[in-house]
Design a protein around this ligand. Sequence first.
Ligand SMILES: *[C@@H]1O[C@H](CO)[C@@H](O)[C@H](O)[C@H]1NC(C)=O
Ligand SMILES: *[C@@H]1O[C@H](CO)[C@@H](O)[C@H](O)[C@H]1NC(C)=O
Ligand SMILES: *[C@@H]1O[C@H](CO)[C@@H](O)[C@H](O)[C@H]1NC(C)=O
Ligand SMILES: *[C@@H]1O[C@H](CO)[C@@H](O)[C@H](O)[C@H]1NC(C)=O
Length: 205
Amino acid sequence: MVLINLLIPLLLNTASTMISGCPNCGDLQVPYPLSTSDYCGDPRYRVYCNNGSLEFLSAKGIYYKILRIDPFASKLVIMPPQILKDTCYSSDLAESGFLLDENLPFNISTNNVVMLFNCSDNILLSPLNCSSNSICRDFEKKVEEGSGCAGTLCCSFLKDSAMTSHRIRLRLGGCTAYTSLVDYNPHDSVSSWTYGIELQWMPPY
Ligand SMILES: *[C@@H]1O[C@H](CO)[C@@H](O)[C@H](O)[C@H]1NC(C)=O
Ligand SMILES: *[C@@H]1O[C@H](CO)[C@@H](O)[C@H](O)[C@H]1NC(C)=O
Ligand SMILES: *[C@@H]1O[C@H](CO)[C@@H](O)[C@H](O)[C@H]1NC(C)=O
Ligand SMILES: *[C@@H]1O[C@H](CO)[C@@H](O)[C@H](O)[C@H]1NC(C)=O
């Protein structure tokens, strides 16, 4: 009897979770609590299905494509913005980079190595690796997308708990482009880097 009393709420809970999951968006499953409409998921965890592409909306009104979702770890990975061809400007520079609404249950996880490009000298004061052997130099030299940033002052850093977990800031006169790697391992070659910005959500209960 005790076992049944324990099991029934557990089963009901599992069932309601499945019922309120959202339909797939393109090839991606949309697991609870993520929500693509008012009729599924938890509305605080809003994501957008735009023409078969699942997207995350920043506080600045920019949509970032969601590449993958791990519901068990409460994590998703979005695609970093493009660096515009023949420039060292990220496509979200005009919106000051990536910004998360602090009232939403998402933050930037500590599993990201961020690279900033075309930075001004005053950035050297912060705890970043802007040395000539920083991995951002490899991105400038070996990756086509980074070629417009070649020769600029660049820095890399682990987005860890010592940093704000709600933004990657860009501005003219600061740094004007960025990219990010998830699951970075110093032994990886440049061609095997995994680009992405990993976000984490607070479980709904
Ligand atoms: C929607 O996606 C389809 C297939 O990827 C594409 O052909 C079409 O142009 C897209 N429509 C819009 C409005 O983006
Ligand atoms: C900067 O990063 C490079 C490459 O990972 C590393 O070899 C170097 O020790 C780092 N320098 C500092 C000051 O952290
Ligand atoms: C670097 O940033 C400055 C402003 O801070 C800008 O004027 C310049 O065009 C940028 N360089 C590149 C290569 O985009
Ligand atoms: C991000 O959110 C997760 C889940 O709520 C939390 O465990 C973690 O401490 C937060 N990280 C930061 C850096 O705020």
